[in-house]
Design a protein around this ligand. Structure first.
Ligand code: GLA
Length: 458
């Protein structure tokens, strides 16, 4: 049964945070909030950069989230403010079209993506005025999905202020789609886990149709997140979309080599489905069909029988028009290999053999190596942190999220957590004054948290 996001008692929110938000809201807008909406960030345990290729991923929600206090107003405007003064206030008229400025990814555009998604879904011509104060505690630009949590929180609260009802699955799909207004062509992992998460369990997220299955993590190990403190804002650079485009081109090249209908196929998973092949078969096919040297535009156009204009229009995104070379072999190898690792991770968790922790750790390490070497979505500082985590007692450690900076997630035997954290602190955080200053919010144990919810005061 499709279920809707729960409506919970506001007394469940951390008391101090709730009181601060409520007071700040009243001070800002002169009246108390009507309700609260909350959407969590996530840590992806395995399955990186494969959701937009159609493959399953294995994240869990973290305890950190975006919490917003909301009320309706008669001003004919949507008023947005943030408890963090780094993020400036913004007001938009309810009678104008919502415009998302892709070239200038400010915090409130993520919020407006969620509003716009609901507006379009229900064909709402005139949104009611609302006042919102946002309070986030997910470290930004760190691969823990703070931006998607903001989109999800905004979508959920806009649904509520417009007295509409949508299931968690429908909201996740809507928010994944509307976040693309920012210009980043992400998959649906972040929004799906933000809505479908349940406390105490990681989830296997599968797409088309979207569904989430519980994955019980082995007892005897915990997941520790560590931020390398190199920020990565995926909307502000083209790295992310270049990978999306490379996977799309690899899809066409593989499909072409096997005589499949090119126009319908956009994702690497679709080629596998069409060929009724295993992931191992797909890995051999990549070796047979694609060469490791980068492909030029000319070569791709020649093979696929496209003009340069068709290539730019049909395969590239707005911010990848300048790209001249495409590494198709490496990217496709990563995607099919990583898709297989996700399935193995899930089956180890399900069958729970004695050596589960070691097996899962190995899969995480292989995943990181593939992200670093084949997908090239890590960076030297993050690789260094992953090495330190492994030397400090983790059985597995890997980048999590989009990469090019941000966080590592490490699997650590429960009885070693203290010594692990101390060793990482000493080797990575304390020697650098900037890192030392943010260590508390940068190195922490994470347990699977719950999904997005509305909160009401009794
Ligand atoms: C970002 C995207 C996700 C996913 C990850 C990489 O978080 O929003 O959809 O592609 O990167 O796994």
């Amino acid at each position: 049964m499709a279920s809707n996001p729960p409506i919970l008692k506001a007394s469940l929110i951390d008391r101090k945070r709730f009181q601060n938000l409520k007071n700040a809201f009243a001070l800002k807008y002169g009246a108390p909030p009507l309700f609260y909406a909350c959407a969590p960030g996530r840590v992806n345990l395995i399955g990186e950069h494969i959701d937009y290729c159609g493959y399953s991923v294995l994240p869990m929600a973290i305890e950190q989230n975006i919490l917003a206090a909301v009320s309706l107003n008669n001003s004919g405007t949507i008023q947005l403010a943030n408890t963090d003064t780094l993020y400036k206030d913004f007001t938009v008229s309810c009678s104008e079209d919502i415009i998302i400025d892709r070239d200038n990814p400010k915090w409130y555009y993520y919020f407006l993506c969620g509003v716009k998604g609901i507006q379009e879904k229900f064909g709402i011509t005139h949104l009611p005025g609302m006042s919102c104060l946002v309070d986030g505690n997910i470290p930004p630009s760190s691969g823990l999905s703070s931006s998607s949590a903001l989109v999800c929180c905004a979508g959920l609260l806009t649904m509520k202020t417009n007295q509409k009802s949508l299931s968690k699955v429908a909201l996740a799909e809507l928010c994944a789609k509307s976040e693309r207004y920012i210009g980043t062509e992400g998959g649906g992992m972040d929004q799906s886990i933000s809505f479908l998460a349940e406390k105490g369990t990681a989830k296997l997220i599968e797409f088309e149709p979207l569904r989430a299955t519980d994955v019980q993590l082995p007892k005897g190990a915990v997941f520790v997140i560590s931020n390398c403190c190199v920020g990565m804002n995926k909307a502000a650079s083209s790295h992310f979309n270049i990978r999306v485009v490379e996977c799309r081109i690899a899809t066409k090249m593989l499909a072409h080599a096997r005589g499949l209908n090119l126009s319908r196929l956009l994702k690497l998973a679709q080629v596998q489905t069409e060929l009724k092949a295993s992931l191992e078969d797909m890995l051999s096919l990549v070796d047979k069909v694609l060469h490791p040297e980068p492909y030029s535009r000319e070569e791709i156009c020649q093979v696929l029988g496209l003009t340069s204009e068709q290539f730019s229009k049909e395969l590239l995104s707005a911010n990848t028009q300048h790209v001249e070379n495409f590494k198709l072999h490496q990217r496709a190898k990563h995607v099919y290999g990583e898709a297989a690792r996700v399935l193995r991770f899930k089956s180890v968790c399900d069958s729970g053999p004695a050596e589960s922790i070691r097996l899962l750790g190995d899969l995480m390490n292989q995943s990181h190596a593939s992200c670093r070497d084949l997908y090239e979505c890590s960076c030297p500082v993050l690789d260094h942190l992953v090495d330190i985590c492994l030397k400090s007692g983790a059985v597995g450690s890997r980048l999590t999220g989009a990469g090019w900076g941000g966080c590592a997630v490490s699997m650590v035997p429960s009885d070693k957590v203290q010594s692990f954290q101390q060793a990482v602190r000493e080797a990575y955080y304390l020697p650098d004054s900037h890192r030392a200053a943010v260590e508390k919010q940068s190195l922490f144990v994470s347990k699977p948290g719950g999904g997005a919810a509305i909160y009401l005061e009794e």
